[in-house]
Design a protein around this ligand. Sequence first.
Ligand SMILES: [Zn+2]
Length: 461
Amino acid sequence: MDRPRITIFDTTLRDGEQSPGCSMNVQEKLRLAQQLDRLGVDVIEAGFPIASDGDFEAVQRIAGSVRRPIIAGLARACIGDVERAWQALQGAARPRIHVFLATSDIHLKYKLRITREQCLEQARNAVRHAKSLFPKSVCADVEFSPEDATRTEVAFLCQVVEAVIAAGATTVNIPDTVGYSMPEEYGQLIRTLRDKVAGIERVTISTHCHNDLGLAVANSLAGMQQGARQVECTINGIGERAGNASLEEIVMAMRVRPDRYAFETTVASEHLYPSSQMLAEITRVPVQPNKAITGRNAFAHEAGIHQDGMLKNPLTYEIMTPQSVGVPDSRLVLGKHSGRHALALRCEQLGHQFERRELDEVYRKFVVLADRIKKVQDSHLLELIHDVVTGAISHNDAASQARKFPPAAATLPLPRAAAAAANSSSSDLHSAQVSASAGQAQVSIPFSDHHSEQEDYLWGV
Ligand SMILES: [Zn+2]
């Protein structure tokens, strides 16, 4: 009950969107922001308004229509940026200006070409200016990030943090911009700031960790243990270079191990998988199959257990249920005999609620596809959804789908699979995969087939 609450700051639309191959248009950002709202994040960093007109418009649209979470706009520590961010946030119910300035010597010397004194002055002035833009009636919400904090001399970092707090910052974020820190080291840095900086108890300390050494989540958790109460993260861990801390992993670490991380969040974990799928569908960047929590193999053994009936209690291998993170029931196989209701349900589980007309369109495409590939996977469905949502024109569904989803005719190497092919008993769970030519060794498998992979997986346990 009295566990400290962690503010989940999602930066999928800013840090994530900046990463190669992950750019999104305004409409796509708005859809994802609405999903993040359903997911229950506290803060959505909607973009970097000065960066482009598209970014500005996205922040403005999201600020105007997503009302529950705080909407943040990023700004470099200069008047023009701060004002542009504020302009974009005008319609927000709860706006936040997020100001950043690098503080490490290497950034000051080679990138910004300013002295530490100038850096201190610039940070202070930008925060003060951001603060002054909020009307008196509104509690000013200003976040400051000393970029490359983990490679900044600690004494200077403390000085900068103290200065921005005095200037009115309400959240101080400590970025491990280059993903260089180790967990104990990062935790220690948060501890040091709490011990040494005057006024630190008045602000929220935040983490922002990159994954260059695969430690973004570990570092974020270490920061929380030492007093950070906001975590910056992204869906699927997308972000600059190797990515940012993965939101779903942080949230589930807290859920599964409250004995170690006794914190509360407002994230509705059953929306994690739909959010992950929606992002993959929008960016066309697939989720790594073995990705923790949301990868398609993350719960692969579960179906293996069901099919084999060998293991009697899921707790033997399961530290969380697929349902708890919104992974749809994999036993519900979508094929051409599936009705509109089953299709609508699966779409919903993937984060898409359709009106009648749109659902008709998805259904029409679905039937054409199901007729051809027998078993429709989530990845296929997301392609169809993408076409309908983006209004992709297709005069000939069958022809365009044949290009998109080539049937991967293959001979299964495993004796078990060959036996399955020979045995075309309709009660067999795998019968949906076995093509009309079953009985010969030729089996038609849609690509990224879950069941065959799960079966292989079971052999490796
Ligand atoms: Zn970052």
